[in-house]
Write a protein that binds this ligand. Structure first.
Ligand code: URA
Ligand code: SF4
Length: 230
């Protein structure tokens, strides 16, 4: 219905909800009331980023899953457990990292009769764009030296829709500001030499036919992050 309250709330995405001042706690409080797209309506709560507020490395996933939606914390479900184990193996200290998602509300398909677990649905471009101001604000506040994009949604949100994880993964790139890089264009005032590393999403490892091989690939990519961080 054009002109409805919901259309007015969501028309400009998250930007009107992002506070100009304050650190990560202030962002998290404000994001709890975000209505920048329609995903807030069916999810339990906003799942904001978590971790070291001045982390040197920021991991960006896709969106919260079923367990994250219930807990209100990112990466607490099966994908998160796999990621933590891969980080330990690659010797990236998770206590020094910040974890967030490209989209902050869980999106799911209607639950089929007799099923308990809600099945996640990938966010669309409109939802990714609507939510990006939160990600940009997190990058500005945390100011990490290295951003690790976990999978295609994170990569597209950070670098634009031409991003392909199969081509980009495992190569450390210096983020140059420019119109093709939505996030860097919004955050260049801060750090000139931010780097980005892309790898697969931990959920893709869980779904892979050869899980050991996929896991080994994720660990190998994360070792690049570990070397960069020294
Ligand atoms: N998958 C994600 O991308 N993020 C989470 O927080 C959990 C699962
Ligand atoms: Fe706001 Fe993002 Fe949630 Fe949409 S998904 S309501 S933009 S926090």
């Amino acid at each position: 219905m054009p002109g409805s309250d919901r259309d007015r709330e969501t028309a400009d995405g998250a930007q009107p909800y992002v506070p100009a001042r304050g650190g990560i706690p202030a962002l998290r409080r404000a994001a709890a009331d975000c209505r920048g797209c329609s995903l807030y309506a069916d999810a339990t709560q906003t799942v904001f980023g978590a971790g070291a507020p001045r982390a040197r490395v920021m991991f960006v996933g896709e969106q919260p899953g079923d367990q994250e939606d219930r807990a209100g914390e990112p990466f607490v479900g099966p994908a998160g457990r796999l990621l933590r184990s891969a980080l330990a193996e690659a010797e990236v200290d998770e206590e020094q990292a910040y974890f967030t998602n490209a989209v902050k509300h869980f999106k799911f398909a209607p639950v089929a009769e007799g099923r308990k677990r809600r099945i996640h649905k990938a966010p669309n471009l409109g939802e990714m764009t609507a939510c990006r101001p939160w990600l940009a604000a997190e990058v500005r506040r945390v100011n990490p030296e290295l951003i690790v994009a976990l999978g295609a949604t994170a990569g597209k949100s950070l670098l634009g829709s031409s991003f392909r994880v199969t081509e980009a993964r495992g190569t450390l790139v210096s983020l140059e500001p420019g119109p093709d890089m939505p996030l860097t264009a919004e955050t260049t005032d801060h750090r000139d030499h931010r780097h980005l590393l892309s790898t697969v999403h931990p959920s893709a490892v869980l779904r892979a036919k050869d899980r050991d091989e996929a896991y080994g690939g994720l660990v190998a990519d994360l070792r690049i992050a570990a070397r960069f961080l020294g």
